[in-house]
Every structure is written in structure tokens, then in C-alpha cells.
Design a protein around this ligand. Structure first.
Ligand code: IPE
Ligand code: MG
Length: 228
């Protein structure tokens, strides 16, 4: 969800106004996911590197998460959304930890759409905690496989992303799902996140549907000669 700050700057507004507009847009995109039948949505809301931003912005982003849970939890429940958290919870304020856990617990029976909220998430941090846990569990070296590693990540049980959308035109992964994104398709748009609405989301899904995913292999026989 990139570009909130620049969206605000363009309008002469404080950065936090951009983050608020970003959460408004998130409601639209969640509704669109339910409508389009998307089963998993993962949003990158706060990275392990975002702690390095000015304190006022960090506090603002924490408050926004709190407000969103307070205001939106009921509607999310009604829509059949299951919330999951990806990242390190123990570094958040105790009351925020409780709120996140409450939101996760009260939606765990839902299955229409699973929304993974990556908050205080970092891909390298995720892999490090997985390795630490494998060592603590005494996993023998020979048993370490890609499938086992996947089961130790915050995303255990969640399929790898088919499509990753990056808004605001940046051409980098920024520590997002670095393990899981091995064969994800990308859609990069110059649109700032608060302006990335339902129409462009649909366009991204359409573009994705036309991709030929080969996973390092060759094209399916019926496509041979066209783009192999
Ligand atoms: C939102 O956009 C991403 C978050 C960390 C919440 P940015 O805050 O990175 O916006 P830009 O990149 O400054 O425009
Ligand atoms: Mg940014």
C-alpha cells in the first residue's frame, strides 16, 4: 500500500492524512475482494523498517491500526472476513497486541476472505524467526525442505501469493514476503495507494489472468510457438 505520503504531499496535507485516506481505500479493496471472489488478501501495513520513521508518524500508524480494528471489526465479521496477523506482535504496545489478538480470535471461524495484515512484518525477520524455531524444535538438518520452511513462516497454511500489486511506481520488493514471492506475478502501477480503486484492481486481476505462469518450465503445449 505505497504512496500514501506522496498522495498527501500532492494535496498539501500532512502524511498522516494520506495514511487515513489509505485505510479508506483498504475498505474499498476488501469489499472488491469479497465481490470478485478473491480468497486471500495480504496487506503490507507496517514494516520492521518503518520504526525508523519520525515518532509522530509511527505513533499515527499505530493509532490508525487501533482505530481501524475498533471501527471496522463488526463489518469485517459480517462480510465473512477472517483476519490474520503476519509479523512480530511482541514489539507493539500491550493494548494494541490485545486488540490484534481479539480481532484474530473473533474472526477465526470466517472463511469467505482471509485478510493477512502484515504489521511490524519483515521478510528477513520472518525467515530468521523460522530458523530459530526450527533449531529450538531440534529439526534435523536433513529434514529441512522448502515445505518445512513454509510451515515455520508467519504465513503457515496460506498459499504463496499469485499476484503482488505494488502501488506508487516503486520497483522493489522492500522485504515483503521474500520467500513466498518466489514465483508471484507482479503488477506495478504509478497510482498512489489511496487512489488505487476497484476499477484498477479489476484491471490488475485481468492482467494477471492473461499471464502465462511457467514456474521455470516451458510453456504448455497449446501455447508452444507463441511465447515459449
Ligand atoms: C504507505 O505509504 C506505506 C506505509 C508504510 C504505511 P508511504 O508512507 O510509504 O508513502 P510514500 O512512499 O511516502 O509516498
Ligand atoms: Mg513508501
Amino acid at each position: 500500500m505505497d504512496g500514501n505520503g506522496r498522495w498527501a504531499l500532492k494535496r498539501g496535507l500532512p502524511r498522516l492524512a494520506g495514511h487515513k485516506a489509505g485505510t479508506e481505500n483498504l475498505r474499498r479493496i476488501i469489499r472488491a475482494c469479497v465481490e470478485f471472489g478473491v480468497k486471500y488478501l495480504t496487506i503490507y501495513a507496517f514494516s520492521t523498517e518503518n520504526w525508523g520513521r519520525p515518532r509522530e508518524e509511527v505513533n499515527g500508524l499505530m493509532r490508525i491500526l487501533e482505530d481501524v480494528i475498533d471501527r471496522e471489526l463488526q463489518e469485517l465479521k459480517d462480510q465473512g472476513v477472517q483476519l490474520r496477523h503476519l509479523g512480530r506482535l511482541d514489539q507493539l504496545a500491550p493494548n494494541l497486541q490485545e486488540k490484534v489478538l481479539f480481532a484474530v480470535q473473533t474472526t477465526e471461524q470466517n472463511s469467505r476472505l482471509i485478510v493477512n495484515v502484515a504489521f511490524n512484518y519483515g521478510g528477513r525477520d520472518e525467515i530468521v524467526q523460522a530458523i530459530q524455531q526450527m533449531i529450538r524444535d531440534g529439526v534435523p538438518a536433513a529434514e529441512v525442505s522448502p515445505e518445512l520452511v513454509s510451515r515455520y513462516l508467519y504465513t503457515a497454511g496460506v498459499p504463496d501469493p499469485d499476484l503482488i500489486i505494488r502501488t506508487s511506481g516503486e520497483l522493489r520488493i522492500s522485504n515483503f514476503l521474500i520467500w513466498q514471492a518466489a514465483y508471484s506475478e507482479w503488477y506495478v502501477t504509478p497510482t498512489f495507494w489511496p487512489d488505487f480503486g476497484k476499477e484498477e484492481f479489476q484491471k490488475a486481476l485481468k492482467t494477471y489472468a492473461e499471464r502465462d505462469r511457467r514456474y521455470g518450465k516451458v510453456a504448455a503445449p497449446e501455447y508452444e510457438g507463441s511465447n515459449g
